[in-house]
Design a protein around this ligand. Structure first.
Ligand code: ZN
Length: 266
């Protein structure tokens, strides 16, 4: 595929290291292959998360720098042009696995995201969905801040949320309130996504445990799905440059996708 002049840059905004890989790694690798500059902004260093089995850091306070290095490794594997850490601190997961948002002045977070969009000349932003995927408060906070940033400060920018529900496909990651406008089978870019997954060593035990797997590679999600949040697309199929590039890469819309699935299982 030829480089796309119309996409000046795609910025992915995520809460924790590994979110970029799990939810959009194949798409970021595809965009890089097509010559589109890609950028990642990560709000925290995931310092409140798991330390891994065996632990990759001697104690919780040492986890941040390790996960930052894991994220840099993943960004390189995905061919990302720039990586920005916003420097918020991820709270430690509570005793009953309670997840929390990082502390942030909402207006300041919004302004920083708007500055990043302008700084990297992105005309497309990818970020968490309104349900925080499986309900993560930090993911929901990023969604709200990105939506406010594009609406108030960069209305010409297109914003797609990740992990939108794909009818007929079960995944605990899907945002229940969002149906995918586009779902991409990232198989052609799986090698880069797996390489990025392997970078996130501290999370390998978690990747495997969630789905009872024995190997990290088995946790690969081959479907990455998107819902256009801004400008709102409603029930019609989006027809912007990002949608066009995704379709050229093989992405399909849900009704067609459901039909395609049925045919495959016949
Ligand atoms: Zn996360």
């Amino acid at each position: 595929m030829a480089a796309t002049q119309t996409l000046t840059g795609v910025l992915g905004v995520f809460a924790h290291p590994d979110d970029e890989t799990i939810m959009a790694g194949g798409t970021l690798a595809m965009l890089h292959t097509c010559g589109v500059p890609t950028h990642i902004a990560c709000a925290t260093r995931g310092e409140g998360g798991e330390r891994g089995e065996p632990p990759v850091a001697p104690d919780q306070t040492a986890l941040g720098p390790v996960r930052e290095a894991e994220l840099r490794c993943a960004a390189e594997a995905l061919g990302v042009t720039s990586l920005t850490l916003l420097g918020y601190v991820d709270p430690v997961v509570g005793p009953n696995a309670e997840l929390g948002p990082f502390a942030a002045d909402f207006d300041e977070l919004t302004a920083r995201i708007a500055d990043l969009i302008a700084g990297c000349r992105a005309n497309v932003v990818l970020a968490h969905g309104p349900d925080g995927e499986y309900g993560h408060p930090a993911h929901r906070l990023i969604y709200q801040a990105v939506l406010a940033a594009v609406r108030e400060r960069a209305p010409a920018v297109v914003f797609y949320s990740v992990a939108a529900s794909v009818p007929g496909v079960e995944d605990h990651l899907w945002n229940a309130s969002r149906t995918a406008h586009l779902a991409l089978d990232i198989s052609p870019w799986a090698e880069a996504k797996i390489a990025a997954m392997l970078c996130h060593r501290s999370q390998h035990a978690l990747f495997k445990r969630r789905r009872g797997l024995t190997r990290v590679e088995e946790a690969l999600r081959r479907l990455e799905s998107f819902h256009r949040e801004w400008p709102p697309a409603g029930d019609s199929l989006p027809d912007d440059d990002f949608a066009a590039l995704l379709r050229a890469a093989g992405a399909v819309a849900p009704p067609l996708f459901a039909h395609h699935q049925k045919e495959e299982t016949r």
